[in-house]
Structure formats: structure tokens, C-alpha cells
Design a protein around this ligand. Sequence first.
Ligand code: GAR
Length: 203
Amino acid sequence: MRLGILISGRGSNFEAIANSISRGKLDAEIAIVISNRPGAKGLEIATARGIPAKCIPSRGLDREEYDKLLIEELKANEVELVCLAGFMRLLSANFIKAFPNRVLNIHPSLLPAFPGLDGQKQALDYGVKIAGCTVHFVDEFLDSGPIVLQSAVPVLDDDDVDSLSARILAQEHATYSQAIQLIAEERVVIEGRKVRILPERAA
Ligand code: GAR
């Protein structure tokens, strides 16, 4: 399964996916990494690993114009699954239509709690005792598509945003690859808002 990974910055989720592939735990290949921000650290990581990487700057373009460029690049690279990994932009309905049920996102909260920016800080400020991350299919709304997997972590009394974010990030790195592998194994079925995970096939 050919992945197109969209990033805006650090790229640690992209790197975790690349590590899962090189360790033989994820049956996929990264066709291209695209950042909407020049200078994203994830682009350097990709280049150092010999993974095709490209910056398509979003500044100054409206959503439709930008998404058209993204679709062209992803299609040119024969991408089968688009993985948003810290990609800080909403996608248009036309983008979603170009990859129906084939766009995934990772979000650092247990959705539907705390969508949008700074999910970890929102959780801490609210005072929840359990936080976590969500891998979900993307629709044209913010952090709202059907949920594939979630992973929970405790919130400790002395947590700050950095300590809680680090605990969640470790789960993000494991959970994203698991979700992509389930899709590669064709074990993910979307039924309305719900996602059913089919059992492993007998060998
Ligand atoms: C991750 O924590 C990811 O869940 C979050 O941005 C970070 C990117 O880190 N995404 C969102 O908040 C999307 N709403 P990374 O660049 O190191 O993968």
C-alpha cells in the first residue's frame, strides 16, 4: 500500500511510520512526504532516509487551489492512503472526494473531546484523568471522521503540557502504525460513523 504522508513540522509520527515499515511491522511503503511549510524538520528526516519528500507551500493559496496541487502530487505518486501526521490544515470536500475513505489523521486527544489545536493543553486545563490519542478517517470537518483506533494514557497530578504530550506522543507513534496496518490487511470496515475491525485471518 502506497502512503502519502502530509506534515507541517517535526514529523515524529511520519518517522515512527517509517520505522515500523523498516522493522517489517507495517506492510506499506512511503511514496512521498509533503509538507505545507518550508523548513519542516520532517522533510529533513525524509531526505536523510532517502524517502521522496517535497514542500508545497500553502501560504497565499486558498484551500481549493492548494488542495488541487496536493491531489495532483499525491496522484502522480500513485498514493493509495493519505496519512495526515501533524498536518495543520483542514482539507476541502474536493480533496476528500479524490481519496474517498482513504485519508487518515492522528489527533492528540480522545475525540470527540478536545478537537482542534493543543488537544493536550485542553485536556490538562479541563482536568480530565484520562487522555490519549485518536486515529480517525478524515472528512471535511475538523477532527470529526469515523474513529479507527484510540489509545488512552493517565493524566498525573504533576503533569504539565510537555510531560502529558510526551506520554500521548509515545502512544501516537504505536497507534498510527497499527491503524495503517489494519487498513493494509483490509480489516477496516466503515459503517456510517462506526468502524468495525475484522478479526485476523487464519494463516
Ligand atoms: C502530533 O501530536 C499530532 O497528534 C498533532 O500534531 C503533532 C505532530 O507531531 N496533530 C494535531 O494536533 C492535528 N489536529 P509530529 O509532527 O512530531 O508528528
